[in-house]
Design a protein around this ligand. Structure first.
Ligand SMILES: Nc1ncnc2c1ncn2[C@@H]1O[C@H](COP(=O)(O)OP(=O)(O)OP(=O)(O)O)[C@@H](O)[C@H]1O
Length: 610
């Protein structure tokens, strides 16, 4: 039974796994329920309205029965008037009251759930962005994001709908069954005697059928994979003239789907017939037995009406419980995952801007002292081995080496994304650990290889380096980064939107925006991860000039791919397989007959000349 969604959840929760409800999972639910606390008064009021609306619904079977009896002049219940008209008016009054109360119940529940969920969403996001890099290295971020939003929607759904529905259906069930007993013990016992048999068969059979249909779905997914694979690799299929082979493979797979589906259909048909038989069998039995009780004067027609309406309530609530329970199980699973994320160990970074202000200034001396590092997710491979070097404030240090030797890893360590397992990184002669993480990151800037811009305006993207910067500062930085002219060339100037990830700008333009951003940040230490993809020579010159401007008066660590750009560096460090194998100035290194730097340098020279 699909219920209308009452909240802002995105409804992709169908595939969420169910979780067993036990002590541990309930403890997690309790933890998450803390988020309800600020809204508890509204929540309790909502519960009260829910209670009122459910209770008032229970008056209907008695009123309807009373009305039928009143029509025959036999209305004998003390709490119901004898006039049809009065009963009808009371029924409408209750109906009106019920609608009125329901409105407030829904309004309150949705408000509480929306606000609570917004708080949980906010906290999970805050937590997520302050988690260490290693957390993200081990997960696919897109998957994490969609899973998280599915989990939160499930929790939201449960809070707004499932929870209320469970309470309502429980009240209707208890009230309904009580009515059944009050009206006729004999009839109720007859009903209840058949019920367990139906329930047991339905539960077992239902599980069996669900299994079958899951298998059919899996098979269908398999056959879809064939289509996807062959279309993606269509050139292979054609080059090997394997169209017939693939067509046959697909046809066989489809056959298997149909076979499984047909098997499922037989059982499903059997099951449906059985359930229909049971439902109508129960109706016929009740009316049959009820009529015979009317004939002997043990029951009035009104009583039978009350009985039938009450049993509809009871059947309805019984029928809704499996789905409601399944939803609760899913929500418990979701809660577990959300709590897991909320309890994940965070980096020491605050989300309050004032707390991240620089407390300890860094002048710009940087040193690596016997640093050894392996990524936590791949601890068996030591990426950096015994790395030592030093840079005085204001110097230019170039890091050179073949691809995959650990140059970017070195940059990550400077930024404190990871901590070395052995050795120390020193800023102004003091160990990195003696600084707050935010002090280091606030005074180190990186201009990465692939500049990623956020989807806002150019102005916002530059100001990302210093959020409090005013318009003049942004323009000054853009001018120094050789970006002002091209920005002013756009009709909207600094308000031009850069498109998702900055796709509307060229590579060189994006780089100059990143340089302007770093200029605004004005760091003591700059890390420059040189772009491998080459720009055209004019763009290259503009970027290079901007970089020279950026490197002035600060320590610069240049991860260089084009050796022509680092001739002036104070020191060139050559890394191979995670070790420093050469270190010196360009003129020193180029003289080493068998040196790697000399070899790489010649190689690039040949490429340029050739
Ligand atoms: N997050 C990570 N988790 C595990 N291993 C990683 C991670 N990032 C990089 N590595 C591994 O560490 C090694 C060094 O990578 P790194 O990116 O530092 O090399 P690089 O010298 O910068 O290469 P390039 O010049 O191609 O950019 C590689 O073997 C890489 O596979």
């Amino acid at each position: 039974m699909a219920r209308a969604r009452l909240n802002s959840g995105n409804g992709i929760t169908d595939e969420l796994p169910k979780t067993k409800i036990n002590k541990t999972s309930l403890r997690n639910v309790k933890k998450l329920l803390r988020y309800l606390r600020p809204y508890r008064l509204k929540f309790i009021l909502g519960l009260f309205f829910l209670f009122l609306s459910s209770i008032s619904l229970l008056a209907f079977p008695a009123l309807m029965g009373g009305m039928v009896d009143a029509a025959q002049g036999k209305q004998g219940l003390a709490f119901i008037p004898a006039s049809i008209k009065v009963i009808g008016l009371i029924a409408f009054a209750i109906l009106f009251f019920q609608s009125f109360v329901s409105f407030f119940r829904i309004r309150l529940f949705v408000e509480v759930a929306e606000k609570t969920l917004a708080d949980i969403r906010r906290d999970t996001y805050f937590n997520l962005i302050t988690l260490p890099m290693d957390f993200f290295a081990n997960r696919r971020v897109g998957e994490l994001n969609s899973r998280l939003s599915a989990d939160l929607s499930q929790i939201q759904d449960t809070m707004t709908t499932t929870f209320a529905e469970m309470i309502r259906q429980s009240i209707l069930l208890v009230g309904g069954v009580s009515f059944l007993f009050i009206v006729s013990v004999k009839l109720t016992l007859l009903n209840l005697s058949i019920l367990p048999v139906i329930v047991i068969i339905a539960v077992f059979f239902g599980k069996f059928i669900r299994n079958l249909s899951r298998k059919a779905q899996d098979k269908l997914a398999e056959s879809n994979t064939i289509v996807q694979e062959t279309l993606q690799g269509i050139s292979n299929v054609k080059a090997f003239v394997n169209e017939a082979y693939e067509a046959n493979r697909y046809q066989n797979s489809l056959k298997a789907v149909v076979q499984l589906a047909l098997r499922g259909a037989s059982y499903r048909g059997l099951f449906a017939s059985f359930i229909l038989f049971c439902i109508f069998g129960a109706v016929v039995s009740v009316i049959w037995y009820g009529s015979s009780l009317i004939a002997t004067g043990e029951l009035s027609v009104g009583n039978l009406t009350t009985y039938i309406i009450s049993s509809l309530f009871v059947a309805g609530s019984m029928g809704s419980f499996p789905e409601l329970y399944a939803n609760v199980q899913k929500a418990v699973g979701s809660t577990e995952r959300v709590i897991e994320l909320l309890e994940e160990k965070r980096e020491n970074v605050s989300i309050i801007p004032e707390e991240n202000e620089i407390k300890q200034r860094i002048k710009g001396d940087l040193a690596f002292h016997h640093v050894q590092f392996a990524y936590p997710s791949r601890s068996e491979i030591t990426v950096l081995k015994d790395i030592s070097f030093s840079a005085h404030a204001g110097e230019k240090i170039a890091i050179v080496g073949p691809s995959g030797t650990g140059k970017s890893t070195l940059a990550s360590l400077i930024l404190g994304f990871y901590q070395p397992q052995e050795g120390d990184i020193l800023f102004d002669g003091k160990k990195a650990e003696s600084y707050r993480l935010t002090d280091i990151r606030n005074q180190v800037a990186i201009v990465p290889q692939d500049v990623l811009l956020f989807g806002g305006s150019i102005r916002e993207n530059i100001a990302y380096g210093k959020l409090e910067a005013d318009a003049e500062e942004v323009i000054a930085a853009a001018k120094r980064a050789n970006a002002h002219d091209f920005i002013m060339g756009f009709p909207e100037g600094y308000d031009t939107l850069v498109g998702e990830r900055g796709v509307k700008l060229s590579g060189g333009q994006r780089q100059r925006i990143a340089i302007a951003r770093a200029l605004l940040k004005d760091p003591a230490i700059l890390i420059l991860d040189e772009a491998t993809s080459s720009l055209d020579s004019e763009s290259e010159r503009l970027v290079q000039n901007a970089l020279e401007e950026l490197m002035k008066n600060r320590t610069s660590i240049i991860i260089a791919h084009r050796l022509s750009t680092i001739r002036e560096a104070n020191k060139i460090i050559v890394i191979e397989k995670g070790r420093v194998i050469e270190c010196g100035t360009h003129s020193e290194l180029i003289q080493r007959e068998t040196g790697l730097y000399r070899y790489l340098s010649h190689l690039q020279q040949e490429k340029v000349n050739g």
